[in-house]
Design a protein around this ligand. Structure first.
Ligand code: FAD
Length: 387
């Protein structure tokens, strides 16, 4: 019997487990396979240091600038080393293991090779979860259950929350090695005439993550594999990657939640949903690592409060949904979602105009950077100017 059973030891589940274990609670952290490298661009916003100051001492690659291109190749280059902390780019296998170990050191018990597939129900209450393991089925009982097992969650499906195809984004990427012409301190984003973008994120002087993502229903019109292959062969990309023999270290594709936080599904009696499973991914940029960590952190604090107040009903867990930070993230994502059609109108012409304005005017430039990197809302003045 555990105080809390957490399904999924990715960024959201690991942060949640760490906070609960640190506060003396008995935590079971369950994962289907910790040797899985989550398909991801691996770009992590500097706000992660607030949640993981330990990352500063690690040797993760530092990024302090971005070059973005509109579909017609207007370029916007932005450096932030004087104004804010650096971001990092990571190999997810390494990163996830690092933060998972922090949770284990705090006292959480990890159960690997356990695939959660159903709840244990008694007297109409969900009192634990069932998993499949190589040695048969297992049961983990917990007073509180937290679902952080991402897009392949079977538990959210059991709650009737299966996402339909219109609610998804898709992305494919690879980690490659070889000599290149990238500035290793910069990330590169290439917006497309469809709703999506390609990226090049340096991981070191000689390795990088390359990928393509599609959102806003355009995945119903385009084939991701084909777009990915075209991106790798694109002459504009070839300028940065002139060699013919890059070593592919790893490649993967995966869905992302595409419509932002689903506020209606964040909690129930003794249950909370965190990270990708609950939609904590920016609908414009696909950034989800730090928002997932934030949701895991707030869910843990809410669970602690519930134990203190001896009320683990939805009455207490609604405080997770209505937490100011969760509300702010949800509101920003709603705004971003409403902007997608506008930005990509006429094969990305508004986006292109945005970059054109930013080339000329510093305040507009700040607005573009704020929109894509910091989840800010562009001002009315700027939007009118674009039109
Ligand atoms: C191709 C791609 C590129 C991306 N690039 C970026 C990026 O550059 N920057 C960024 O910030 N975000 C990016 N994202 C989003 C980011 O990967 C996610 O938002 C983030 O990983 C969510 O963390 P999480 O803990 O909620 O879920 P996950 O990271 O998906 O972790 C879920 C965990 O649960 C486990 N699990 C899954 N199913 C089960 C089960 N049934 N039972 C038990 N365990 C289970 C998995 O093994 C995994 O460890 C990208 C996503 C994709 C698909």
């Amino acid at each position: 019997m555990y105080d809390v059973v957490i399904s999924g030891a990715g960024p959201s589940g690991s942060k949640c487990a760490e906070i609960l274990a640190k506060n003396g609670f008995k935590v079971a952290l369950i994962d289907k396979n910790i040797a899985w490298r989550k398909p991801c661009g691996g770009a992590v916003h500097s706000r992660i240091f607030k949640y993981y100051p330990q990352l500063r001492k690690m040797n993760f690659h530092q990024i302090s600038g971005i070059t973005m291109y509109s579909a017609d190749y207007h370029q916007l280059k932005h450096k932030w080393n004087d104004t804010r902390d650096h971001s990092i780019t990571v190999d997810r296998l390494e990163f996830d293991n690092f933060i998972r170990n922090i949770a284990i050191e705090a006292g959480a018990e990890l159960f690997d090779k356990n695939l959660s597939y159903d709840f244990i129900i008694k007297n109409n209450r969900r009192i634990g979860i069932r998993t499949k393991t190589p040695s048969g089925s297992k049961e983990y009982l917990g007073r509180v259950i937290i679902i952080g097992d991402g897009m392949s969650s079977k538990l959210t499906n059991k709650l009737g929350l299966k996402k339909n195809i219109e609610e998804l984004m898709f992305a494919k990427c690879a980690i490659m090695e070889g000599e290149n012409n990238l500035d290793e301190n910069f990330m590169y984003i290439f917006f497309k005439p469809f709703k999506g973008y390609g990226w090049l994120f340096p991981l070191s002087e000689k390795s990088f993550n390359i990928g393509v993502g599609i959102f806003g229903l355009d995945h119903l019109k385009y084939n991701l594999n084909q777009l990915y292959t075209e991106f790798l062969r694109d002459p504009h990309i070839k300028k940065f990657l002139p060699n013919h023999n890059y070593i592919k270290k790893w490649e993967g594709a995966y869905p992302l939640p595409g419509i932002g936080v689903n506020e209606k599904i964040l909690y129930s009696d003794n249950i909370m949903i965190i990270g990708d499973a609950a939609g904590f991914v920016s609908p414009i940029s696909g950034e989800g690592i730090s928002p997932s960590v934030i949701s895991g952190n707030i869910a843990a604090e809410t669970a602690i409060l519930a134990f203190e107040e001896e009320d683990i009903s939805k009455n207490t867990f609604k405080k997770y949904r209505y937490h100011p930070t969760i509300k702010k993230i949800a509101r920003n994502y709603k705004m971003q979602r409403s902007m997608i059609n506008f930005l990509f109108e006429n094969k990305g012409s508004n986006l292109s105009r945005m970059f054109e304005l930013a080339e000329r005017d510093n305040s507009y430039r700040e607005e573009v950077v704020g929109t894509f990197l910091l989840n800010h809302t562009p001002s009315k003045d700027f939007l009118l100017k674009i039109k």
